[in-house]
Design a binder for this molecule. Structure first.
Ligand code: 4AD
Ligand code: MG
Length: 467
């Protein structure tokens, strides 16, 4: 036994050298059998698949066998044998079983068919279930695919700060970062909090986006991408919002809005195809258990051209739908910020494929977006997806110093925050574009899960920061 190394179940299931001895370790998913023989389904997290352990009860200590219950952790030494069961090609005929960790009956993941809402309150244990195993293997694969996609294109992975002293982007409410004693705040002469005494000598927050610093990288390195956590403190309790989520933000010098759209479409298709090619077992499981149309939907996105549509045209379609009796909760009119119900109508009912919407009214978009000659719209782009709504937001950037400055003043954005950003336009300004993909929104799409809290291990949402 000493020379024998543990084999992962994903590797074990590929073997057919019957008679060979192996050691497997994992958690008991189920145990069934008779007085004389036990069938133990063992999983070690390396694959959605279990290996079946067959144990003749007579060969093992009764006390030990009592402890082989759902959730228990065991080590098994045995022989690979051909399985007569339809579900698997091989199984392990157990010779030695060691109990590594018993699992008492109050194990919260014991029962089958528990709701995701219930499991969320045991987020530290739900990782041991089939569904969450599949989700987190896919999450890993998507992260890997994203790095590979950009690396192969020569993009530089650029790390932008998580703590920031400016709120220029306005993408969302910010979480303040401070080392001051909240019960005893230092005050200045005006009676206001004296941030001069705070850690950074001024107010600081967690970032809502790495874009502004990303632009500094892109206008030096040519093309960069960020991939890190971002923080938004708005109180939006929806199945698509997190207070802490991961975002991928590529930023490219010399790209216009069309290049930007091309990249976004190629990028998402690459990720989805990666999942289809590399996460087959997990996707088949999710297709069976969560969403019967999942794989078909993924394939269809890889194989269709995304619609590209002006905001103005999109609003016309929505107004037409309202005329024809379609009911939306929120009103549609030119100038309105589209809600997820509007976005999903365009994607799921009207076009039946992903839509990239461009040319948004400048009032509802960020200050840095390139203004169109009409004076009303900007070169924004939102990529809208079935089941999700907005999955990507981006734009061509305003590279003209004067226009950008005018817009900053119009919006009363404090100049003391902006000088370094404006310098990119002052010194060797260049046309450039970029976008942000919400990583968990991508995962919602790829896994078919319904709630964004179920594609991140330890979700942060209003009033929830357990684990
Ligand atoms: O559209 P957003 O706010 O764009 C930006 O932050 C830009 N700085 C991106 C850029 O151009 N570099 O956010 C980008 C994406 C959204 O399309 C959505 O997928 C996701 O981030 N997102 C969220 N995901 C989860 N929870 C939230 N609260 C999110 N807010 C945005
Ligand atoms: Mg957006």
């Amino acid at each position: 036994m000493a020379s024998l190394k543990r084999i992962r179940i994903v590797d074990l299931l590929k073997r057919t050298d019957f008679g060979a001895e192996v050691i497997v370790k994992g958690w008991v998913r189920t145990r069934r059998g008779s007085k004389t023989v036990s069938f133990i389904a063992l999983n070690d997290g390396s694959t959605i698949k279990n290996v079946q352990i067959v144990a003749d009860n007579d060969n093992f200590d009764e006390e030990l066998m009592k402890n082989i219950t759902t959730g228990a952790c065991i080590s098994v030494k045995g022989k690979i044998v051909e399985s007569i069961g339809a579900d698997q090609a091989i199984e392990i005929q157990a010779q030695e079983i060691e109990l590594l960790g018993a699992c008492p009956s109050d194990y919260p993941m014991q029962k089958k068919g528990q709701s995701f809402e219930y499991m969320r309150s045991f987020a530290h244990m739900r990782l041991r279930t089939n569904t969450f195993g599949a989700v987190f293997r896919i999450r890993h694969n998507m992260a890997f695919a994203i790095h590979k996609f950009f690396h192969d294109k020569g993009f530089v992975y650029f790390h932008t700060p998580l703590i920031t002293a400016s709120d220029c982007e306005g993408a969302g409410q910010m979480f303040q970062v401070t080392t001051m004693d909240l019960n005893n705040l230092p005050k200045n002469e005006e009676g206001k909090v004296d941030f001069d005494q705070d850690f950074f000598g001024k107010p600081a927050s967690l970032t809502v986006s790495g874009q502004l610093e990303g632009e500094l990288g892109a206008t030096a390195l040519g093309a960069i991408y960020t991939f890190g956590p971002t923080f938004r403190a708005e109180n939006s309790n929806t199945p698509r919002h997190l207070a802490e989520f991961w975002m991928i933000e590529p930023e490219m010098a010399f790209y216009d809005i069309d290049d930007n759209m091309d990249l976004a479409e190629e990028f998402i298709k690459y990720c989805v195809k990666w999942a289809l090619d590399n996460c087959k077992d997990d996707l088949e499981f999710l297709n069976k258990m969560i969403d019967k149309e999942l794989i078909a939907r993924l394939e269809s996105v890889v194989n269709t051209d995304f619609v590209r549509l002006e905001y103005t045209e999109g609003v016309k379609i929505l107004e037409e739908a309202v005329k024809n009796g379609h009911k939306f909760e929120y009103p549609v009119f030119w100038g309105a910020d589209l809600q997820s119900e509007h976005e999903r109508f365009l994607v799921e009912e009207h076009f039946k494929r992903p839509v990239i919407l461009t040319g948004y009214p400048k009032e509802i978009k960020a200050f840095y977006m390139k203004q169109n000659p009409d004076g009303k719209t900007v070169r924004a782009m939102d990529v809208l997806f079935p089941k999700i709504g907005e999955i990507i937001g981006g734009s061509e950037r305003e590279e003209n110093y004067d226009k950008l400055l005018a817009r900053i003043k119009e919006l009363n954005i404090p100049m003391k925050d902006m000088w370094w950003y404006l310098d990119t336009r002052k010194f060797g300004s260049c046309p450039h574009s970029g976008f942000g993909l919400g990583f968990e929104r991508l995962l919602l799409f790829v896994t078919g899960m319904q709630n964004i809290r179920d594609v991140i291990a330890f979700p942060r949402t209003p009033r929830t920061a357990e684990f």
